[in-house]
Structures are given as structure tokens and as C-alpha cells.
Ligand binder design. Structure first.
Ligand SMILES: Cc1ncc(COP(=O)(O)O)c(C=O)c1O
Length: 371
């Protein structure tokens, strides 16, 4: 956040800053979504909806699972949320008690641990490593559970900050291990649709006894619309809806209408994704030439997580220095991993190809001055 704030200050002062720090697409929501929102405004009142969301959107999301994963989901199990962020709170409050121990992988999305802590629950960070392929393996989970029993596991696949993914068989094994050990499984599938090799697997392909969280923020390029969804087991529908009604009432109606029509904009979204692939290739070809050759596998999402140990023991000050001297905003790994993150930086390639080229040039020139 510090880097973003500093970068925005520079931009306000008319500096030409390349933003490779934020985890959001530079592309807008698909035209189909924007047009539908305009029509909704012209038609008049935007109001509350059912806590679970508008029926047509929930039906369309269910169809999405049939199309993408060949699983049949009853729309009653789908709750439309204010981005995936609110779905975390709804999930934690629904299935855990105060003091619950919830495993999350490290490096990982920082809000997981912060939301858990704010609800007086314990985030148990499990370090991934090169031997594990930088993913949370069933073995690592079993070891953590043996040390002190866990109540839950929350995992993103592909993951933020590294884009690394468990293979389908390993993901299935992890989920089955949770079932055997009585650990509740929450699958953050926000980067689904953004994979560059193997196709992602949904936890719903393995079992209905899990919570799946997803969002229109990333693949659908709708971060600011604040709309996502969760899919819960039948016995949780009432609880989650009650919590949603009381905590958030509903997701914004206009965003729900736009989200429904975002599914008609897949061609545009696939073009945006093709741009990410081009950016990814550019980064993976050029970062090693600058001496940044250790990069966690970029299987999906739009991030490269690169080791900067050769240049610093403090990625936070490195990122601040790069911003100050090269007008390039990158994210220090400490945001995602308080233990080892000072050796890593995250580069987001969700921007334009031109920005990636400029960003790489600036980074290369900066690092040249350091070697
Ligand atoms: C792994 C992961 N989950 C969830 C979110 C939150 O997304 P949103 O609330 O916009 O759906 C993010 C945002 O960067 C993320 O990286």
C-alpha cells in the first residue's frame, strides 16, 4: 500500500510511473457488462436485491460451472457477494469459532491472515518451498496438523503472489487429505480462467463438502464493481444468507446486472488474457537476463514472483528505491510472506504490453547500476 500511495503521489505530480504493483487488470469490464449497466441506470431505480443475489446471475454462474468444469450446481447454493473479499468473512463466520486455526500457504494473499485475525481466529501460515514446488502439499499440511490440529485450510490455486498452481491430482489429494483429517476446505478460485498451461480444477469437481469463493475482479476485469460469489454446501445456505443480509445486505444491484452480462463478453476477455500471455513471455524471457533467474512457476494469474537476494536483503527498501529512481512501482514480497518475503518481489503483468516493455527497460537499467 505504501508503494501504491507513493506511486500515486508521483503520478499526481505528472511523473510517468509504470505500475507493475497492483493486482488488477488495466482493461475495463467487457463492453457487454458496461452496456448493461448503462441500460439499468437509464431504466431507473437501482435497489436492494435478495441477499443471495439476483436469480438470473446465480443461474448463469451455475451454467458457468457446467461449461467449465462439468459439474451441476444448484443455484440455491450460490451467494453473490461484494467481491470475494466479503465471501472470506462470510465463510469464516459461518464455519469457524473464535480461536479456530486456519492454515494458509506462505507466500499468500495477505488479507487472509488479516481477516482471520480481525475475527479472533488464528492464521497458521505454512511455508511452501522449492522442494514442494512452491505449493502447499498434502505432506506439508499433515505435518502442520500433527504439530497442532487445524480447523480449516484456505488456498488459492493459482496463487497470489506467485501464480503457482497445484496440479489437478495434487489438488484433489490435498482436498481429500483435509476431509480425512476433519479440516474444512475453502478454495479461493479468483484466478480461474487465467491459466497458461494446465487447466485449473475447481474444488467442486472433488467434493460438495467445501466452500468455493470466486470473483468478477480478475478474469472478468471488474475489480471496482465489487462483485463475486461463493458456493456453499446445502447445509450452510441459510446461515450464509442470514449473515450476508445482516452484514452487507446484498452485492450492488448494478454490479450484479453488469456481471450477468460479462458472461456475454468472453471474446473480449479472451483477448485481454492473450495480452497477459504475451506479457508473461516477455517477463520470463527478460528477467533472467537481468540476473533475476529464480522465479516461482507462473502457471496462472498475472504475477511473476522473483528472487532479488542477489541485490538486497530488504525487498521493501529495494522497491522504494526502484520507484524513486526508475519510476517503476513493484510490490515487495514482505506483503505476502513476513518470514522470507524480503528476498522476493512481485511484478504484476496485468497491464499493457507497452507498459511491460517500458517497465522491463527501467528495471534493467536500474539493476545495471547496482551490479
Ligand atoms: C487471492 C486473492 N483472493 C481474493 C482477492 C480479493 O479480490 P476481490 O475482493 O476483488 O474479489 C484478491 C485480490 O487481489 C486475491 O489476490
Amino acid at each position: 500500500m505504501d508503494i501504491v500511495a507513493k506511486a500515486n503521489k508521483l503520478i499526481q505530480a505528472s511523473e510517468d510511473v509504470i505500475m507493475m504493483c497492483v493486482g488488477q487488470p488495466s482493461a475495463p469490464a467487457p463492453k457487454t457488462a458496461r452496456d448493461a449497466a448503462k441500460v439499468a441506470i437509464d431504466n431507473g431505480r437501482i435497489g436492494y436485491t435478495d441477499a443471495s443475489g439476483i436469480g438470473p446471475l446465480r443461474v448463469r454462474i451455475a451454467k458457468h460451472y457446467l461449461e467449465q468444469h462439468n459439474v451441476d450446481i444448484d443455484p440455491k447454493r450460490i451467494i453473490v457477494t461484494n467481491g470475494s473479499s466479503c465471501a472470506f468473512t462470510l465463510s469464516f463466520l459461518s464455519i469457524f469459532e473464535i480461536g479456530a486455526r486456519v492454515a494458509i500457504p506462505s507466500p499468500g494473499y495477505p488479507a487472509y491472515r488479516n481477516i482471520l485475525r480481525s475475527l479472533s481466529m488464528e492464521a497458521v501460515e505454512i511455508d511452501t518451498n522449492a522442494q514442494s514446488g512452491w505449493v502447499l502439499t498434502p505432506q506439508l499440511l499433515k505435518e502442520a496438523h500433527a504439530l497442532k490440529p487445524l480447523d480449516g485450510l484456505l488456498i488459492a490455486n493459482p496463487n497470489n503472489p506467485n501464480g503457482t498452481m497445484l496440479e489437478a491430482s495434487a489438488f484433489k489429494e490435498l482436498q481429500e487429505t483435509c476431509a480425512q483429517l476433519g479440516i474444512k476446505f475453502i478454495s479461493d478460485e479468483i484466478y480461474h480462467g487465467l491459466t497458461y498451461g494446465q487447466k485449473e480444477i475447481s474444488a467442486l469437481c472433488v467434493s460438495d463438502d467445501c466452500i468455493v469463493i470466486n470473483s468478477f475482479s480478475k478474469y472478468f476485469c471488474m475489480t471496482g464493481w465489487r462483485v463475486g460469489w461463493m458456493i456453499v454446501p446445502v447445509n450452510m445456505i441459510v446461515t450464509v444468507n442470514r449473515l450476508q443480509q445482516n452484514l452487507f445486505i446484498c452485492a450492488p444491484e448494478i454490479s450484479q446486472i453488469a456481471a450477468l452480462h460479462a458472461f456475454d463478453g468472453l471474446e473480449e476477455l479472451e483477448r485481454t488474457k492473450a495480452g497477459y500471455l504475451k506479457n508473461r513471455t516477455l517477463l520470463l524471457e527478460n528477467l533472467p537476463k537481468m540476473g533475476l533467474s529464480e522465479i516461482m512457476p507462473v502457471d496462472g494469474a498475472f504475477y511473476c514472483y522473483a528472487n532479488v537476494e542477489a541485490y538486497t536483503q530488504n525487498s521493501e527498501s529495494l522497491c522504494a528505491d526502484i520507484l524513486a529512481n526508475a519510476n517503476l512501482a513493484l510490490t515487495p514480497g514482505v506483503d505476502f510472506d513476513s518470514k522470507n518475503g524480503n528476498k522476493w518481489i512481485r511484478l504484476s503483468f496485468a497491464g499493457s504490453n507497452q507498459d511491460m516493455q517500458k517497465g522491463l527497460e527501467r528495471l534493467g537499467n536500474y539493476l545495471d547500476t547496482k551490479s
